[in-house]
Design a protein around this ligand. Structure first.
Ligand SMILES: NC(=O)c1ccc[n+]([C@@H]2O[C@H](COP(=O)([O-])OP(=O)(O)OC[C@H]3O[C@@H](n4cnc5c(N)ncnc54)[C@H](OP(=O)(O)O)[C@@H]3O)[C@@H](O)[C@H]2O)c1
Length: 228
């Protein structure tokens, strides 16, 4: 398969478009056929080597921490995800790999792709959506009924904060189900905690998972209550 890689840190000139082996999913991993990756500021910092001490990576490295695509194969001990599912994910920063035809994704990093936008466009959502969710509900601790001023609303994160803050709860039972989540915004939040986080609770109310874990839920993929 083809992949973009860099073998040493530097400007965009270190990027190489290369032939590499298609990876095979190991336990807990999912192979995703990539529709798109997105370019976030942190991708630039990783490639430049600015995070090398804090975040050691193996070279050559395939950049692209966000991706969208379809599930191509499942590794052992992966359940509830099916081949062909459209998905989005934020990859672990130290492994990344979105800028390739295929990428390995930890199953817990996957979320269903929203259906209201093109799959390729959905690659822009994971990191910015997570940042928006954490900003609004984990840091600012917005609650239902509050009035909110969002600076930088024309930007990637600000535009999502506004949409999250303005949302109304979807009709009961409309949350899509998904097995697990750790990093990527997931409809309905962390299913393991869903019993204490019913779908008819106002979305702006801080969820039970807001401390210590990223378990956001801004991206709905169906009907009323969709993010986009
Ligand atoms: N993008 C990510 O993946 C990500 C992840 C985590 C955290 N963050 C952080 O989130 C923040 C926003 O990032 P972003 O990606 O959304 O950036 P962005 O797309 O460049 O948007 C920045 C927004 O801030 C506005 N702005 C800039 N300077 C301003 C000022 N002095 N007064 C008022 N508004 C101002 C810009 O307005 P104009 O368009 O008019 O210039 C723009 O709307 C940054 O602090 C970034 O580090 C980003």
């Amino acid at each position: 398969m083809k992949a973009m890689r860099f073998h040493g840190f530097g400007t965009s000139e270190v990027l190489r478009y290369e032939d590499v082996d298609r990876p095979s999913p190991g336990p807990g991993q999912v192979l995703v056929r990539v529709a798109a990756t997105s370019f976030n500021p942190v991708d630039d910092h990783i490639r430049a080597g600015a995070l090398a001490r804090m975040l050691p990576i193996d070279l050559p490295y395939v950049p692209g921490i966000d991706l969208s695509g379809t599930v191509a194969a499942l590794g052992p001990r992966v359940g509830d995800v099916r081949v062909g599912d459209p998905v989005v994910a934020m990859l672990p920063l130290d492994s990344a790999g979105g800028a390739a035809e295929y990428a390995l994704v930890p199953a817990e990093s996957l979320a269903p792709a929203p259906r209201s936008i093109a799959l390729a466009d959905a690659a822009a959502l994971p990191l910015t959506g997570l940042a928006a969710w954490q900003t609004a509900f984990e840091l600012a601790e917005l609650t239902s009924g509050q009035r909110v001023l969002v600076n930088g609303v024309g930007g990637a994160v600000g535009s999502l904060v506004v949409q999250l803050a303005a949302r109304r709860p979807p009709p009961a039972g409309r949350w899509p189900t998904w097995p697990t989540c750790t990093r990527t915004p997931v409809p309905g939040g962390c299913p393991a905690r869903r019993s204490s986080s019913p779908p008819d609770r106002p979305l702006a109310e801080p969820g039970p998972a807001r401390r210590g874990r990223a378990c956001p839920r801004p991206v709905s993929s169906q009907g009323r209550g969709t993010l986009l």
